[in-house]
Design a protein. Structure first.
Length: 221
């Protein structure tokens, strides 16, 4: 079955503390205007599972993890057996997800297939539709509370484009996470200018007030 749009054979940046490959799943159920991966979101898969698993078999002992990214990996209909096959080769799995499929996350957690989850907290509820072209903040919280209850390592993160959100909204999101019992770092990735985006965003002319944010979030540049 065609599973992946693309495959990054090696990264030291995307899976905490271990060398990993990145599997890029085609398609997404959101349309974030700042999305860096329009080709993947709008594209179709052309790497099949067998090819991806053969790649991993050859890298046993060299890589330790696989990042399931995209696009949105939880949309892939054969994800559960695919994850089982990857784990059977001895790899750790990290899921990067927009949190809109808590049902799928639950199934993966129930089978202890995930070793790390990066959960996108896109925006306050009132802004989701404008920024992400849809989505539902309730699903984010459902996914979040599920992860809080499991013994899985996870992080919450957001992309901050200064034309789409302001510092007060980021601080409000941080405070809401704390109110919901979140004690880990809230990672904020600053939008990288001069890249193609799904919404064809121009470069932001606004300056980010780092000092205002530093007590609330962990910045990733
Ligand atoms: S940034 Fe948004 S549109 Fe792009 S892959 Fe992530 S959830 Fe999908």
């Amino acid at each position: 079955m065609k599973a992946l749009y693309d495959l990054t054979p090696f990264t030291l940046l995307d899976f905490p503390d271990i060398p990993a490959a990145i599997f890029w799943f085609a398609g997404c159920n959101l349309r974030c205007s700042y999305c860096y991966n329009p080709d993947i979101v709008l594209g179709t898969a052309h790497i099949d599972e067998e090819t991806a698993l053969a790649f991993l078999t050859k890298r046993i002992g060299l890589l330790e993890g696989v990042v399931l990214s995209g696009g949105e990996a939880t949309l892939y209909p054969n994800l559960l057996p695919f994850c089982r096959s990857i784990k059977a080769l001895g790899y750790k799995l990290k899921l990067d997800t927009n949190a809109m499929r808590p049902d799928v996350i639950q199934i993966l957690l129930n089978e202890s297939l995930l070793d790390y989850v990066a959960l996108d907290y896109k925006a306050p509820a009132s802004e989701m539709s404008r920024i992400c072209g849809g989505g539902n903040e309730h699903r984010f919280w459902e996914s979040f509370h599920m992860l809080q209850m499991h013994a899985v390592n996870f992080e919450v993160r957001t992309t901050f484009h200064r034309d789409l959100l302001n510092e007060s909204q980021i601080i409000s999101m941080s405070n809401t996470l704390v109110q919901e019992g979140y004690t880990r770092p809230f990672y904020v990735q600053l939008f990288r200018d001069s890249v193609q985006t799904l919404g064809n965003l121009p470069s932001s002319k606004h300056i980010v007030n780092y000092r205002l944010l530093e007590h609330y979030v962990t910045l990733r540049t």
